[in-house]
Write a protein of this length. Structure first.
Length: 275
């Protein structure tokens, strides 16, 4: 068994031929497939797979990451479907297994896990050289960020409101932020799956007193400057966030793994340096 061809579910995948038909149900993976030069093999994507913008438009949509239209996927006759443990529903994946010959499961939990992700897809789809180039570029960015000394910060990274939701310490987002010595609160691990990976919280939670800065992400909820202004200017609404430093952050750059991680690490360094 080759480690390069074993996915996050422990399944070993054989090399696919040039006639592979890939449906990607993960936005960041779709972008990665284009970066690997697999344009002609991609036959389906979700509505949230929006990068690269000009090239992805020609690929049929099959629903959202958590609302896949199974019949739409079936009609595309895929040989491979690429899914993610956090982003896709287990029931969806089980349904796909009944007619898709190869289900490739992904679950990167830290920036360095992208090296294995590149190798996995590169090996399956015959793009080893392209995968190696991406790995080299990623290692360059990782070396650059780890070579610097970053002041320690305790941060709240908000991904949703009504209810308010954040990220556990063992998520990819939290690991990305640790590259610049930003540590997410609350200090909990969510486990391999489930709601506790992205826990809800109350704006009056006591642990918010320990937060140094609040990061409102642009996705999956699209926080805007108006949300920052409301929380900054209205202490009654802000609750435990009153008086905190509240900022917007680009969620794609922080939460998208795959090829975007290379750009994302650079973005995070610039962001931390400015802020």
């Amino acid at each position: 068994m080759s480690e390069q061809t074993v996915d996050a579910a422990g399944v070993e995948h054989a090399s696919a031929g040039d006639d592979a038909r890939i449906v990607s149900l993960v936005p960041s993976i779709t972008e990665l497939l284009f970066a690997l030069g697999l344009d002609r093999q991609i036959v389906g994507r979700t509505g949230f797979c929006v990068h690269p913008r000009e090239r992805v438009r020609a690929i049929p949509k099959v629903g959202g990451t958590k609302s896949i239209r199974i019949d739409a996927v079936r009609a595309l006759r895929p040989t491979h479907a690429i899914v993610n443990i956090d982003e896709n529903e287990r029931t969806t994946v089980d349904a796909l297994r009944t007619f898709v010959p190869h289900i490739v499961v992904t679950h990167p939990l830290a920036p360095e896990d992208n090296v294995a992700l590149f190798a996995l897809l590169g090996a399956i789809f015959g793009r080893r050289d392209a995968a190696q180039r991406l790995s080299d570029a990623l290692r360059t960015e990782l070396d650059a960020v780890t070579a610097r000394t970053w002041p320690r910060q305790r941060v709240l990274y908000a991904i949703w409101r009504d209810p308010w939701m954040t990220v556990a310490r063992d998520t990819y987002i939290s690991a990305m932020l640790r590259l610049v010595n930003w540590h997410t609160l609350p200090d909990i691990d969510g486990g391999p799956t489930g709601a506790q990976r992205y826990p809800a919280f109350d704006l009056n939670a006591r642990w918010l007193a320990d937060v140094d800065r609040v990061l409102l992400s642009s996705e999956p909820y699209r926080f805007t400057q108006s949300h920052c202004d409301t929380l900054t200017q209205n202490p009654q609404v802000a609750g435990g966030l009153a008086g905190k430093r509240i900022e917007l952050i680009d969620g794609e750059q922080v939460s998208w793994y795959g090829s975007r991680a290379i750009e994302g690490i650079g973005y995070l360094q610039r962001y931390a340096s400015r802020h």
